[in-house]
Design a protein around this ligand. Structure first.
Ligand code: ZN
Length: 337
């Protein structure tokens, strides 16, 4: 999410939808009027009748025959429908076309933003972050275990391989819990050094949930604290309001790379707010970090740590840097053939 979400751009897509739908309707009218001229007469009559009602409303000259007028337009509508059906068209073929029936392509239902507005914000977020492309490549089907060593070292209970197998199993169980539970779906903290597949694993979970139409917001710690929270709360950027709300309302919030953001009181208090409020409202959070538990404890407040330990399933991923292994492999295959 390198750019800000532009509300104007989203409103512009509504404008485009309205125009496109109007054009389709216009083409339909031309088609029908050519085939069934009587429909054009009826449509004109209907329009005049509406105009008449409107005019009387404005001039507050509300005569007893307004009801009469209204039933007149109803009759005209019925006749049009009949003619359309007779000719093999759907009866609403000449009714206004809306991409979203709820808000009639205005983005608003009364004073509230329509659900489709939120969808557009999320979509533009994903397009900007390129997440949709990444998720095609990084999902449970493409997760590779081959880079995790099967040899156990003395300081660990499990080999990196046995460990990651368990972690992936638990990650899948987490996704499943989203289907089975409305609340109490749980939270995840993934920690381990860089290059061990933490982000890849978060992407797997994100993809699975997005495919099942759950709402997922994926932000790096930097984007979350600096761009969204800092932008909205400190710099008063109104256009970030929806996104700010979404940090609290989405079903899964993924905070990637916690610990890479600037360290200050604002971050610490906001992180607590997020963890705490999302927990209270039964929404899930996934945090990934390169920091060890000891480092986290040193960096964030005790109240944050106690929440994490009490309410998060903790995955520790360890092994040898996958990126380094891949590079080595690439060099090796270059030499051997
Ligand atoms: Zn809508």
């Amino acid at each position: 999410m390198s750019q800000r979400i532009s509300i104007e751009e989203i409103l512009h897509t509504y404008e485009k939808n309205r125009l496109a739908n109007k054009r389709i309707l216009q083409e339909r009218k031309e088609e029908i009027y050519a085939k069934i001229p009587r429909v054009e007469e009826l449509m004109t009559e209907k329009k005049l009748s509406y105009l008449d009602i409107a005019k009387r409303r404005i001039s507050k000259d509300v005569p007893e025959d307004t009801c009469q007028e209204q039933s007149n337009t109803r009759l005209l509508t019925e006749e049009i429908k009949g003619l359309l059906l007779e000719a093999g068209y759907p009866e609403d073929y000449l009714e206004p076309i809306y991409t979203c029936q709820c808000c009639k392509d205005t983005g608003y239902v009364g004073l509230e933003k329509c659900g489709c507005f939120m969808e557009q914000i999320i979509q533009s977020l994903y397009l900007q972050s390129n997440l949709s492309n990444i998720l095609l490549k990084e999902n449970f089907d493409t997760f590779s275990f081959e880079y995790y060593n099967k040899k156990k070292t003395s300081d660990r209970e499990f080999s990196p391989y046995d460990n990651i197998v368990k972690v992936v199993e638990k990650a899948k169980a987490f996704v499943q819990a989203f289907e089975d539970e409305k609340n109490n779906r749980g939270n995840i903290l993934i920690y381990g050094e860089t290059g061990l597949g933490k982000t890849f694993l978060s992407n797997c979970i994100a993809k699975e949930l997005l495919d099942k139409k759950h709402t997922v917001l994926y932000l790096s710690a930097n984007e979350l604290f600096e761009t969204v929270l800092g932008g909205y709360l400190m710099q008063q950027k109104k256009e970030l309001e929806e996104l700010y709300k979404y940090v609290y309302n989405c079903e899964l919030l993924i905070i990637d790379d916690l610990g890479t953001e600037l360290n200050n009181n604002f971050v610490s208090s906001q992180l607590f707010e997020i963890i705490n409020k999302r927990e209270l409202t039964g929404r899930s959070t996934l945090i990934s970090t390169n920091m060890s538990m000891v480092e986290l404890r040193g960096r964030y407040s005790e109240r944050i740590m106690s929440r994490l330990i009490a309410n998060y399933t903790i995955f520790n991923i360890y092994g040898d840097d996958i990126r380094y292994q891949k590079r080595k492999k690439a060099i090796h295959s270059n030499y051997t053939g």
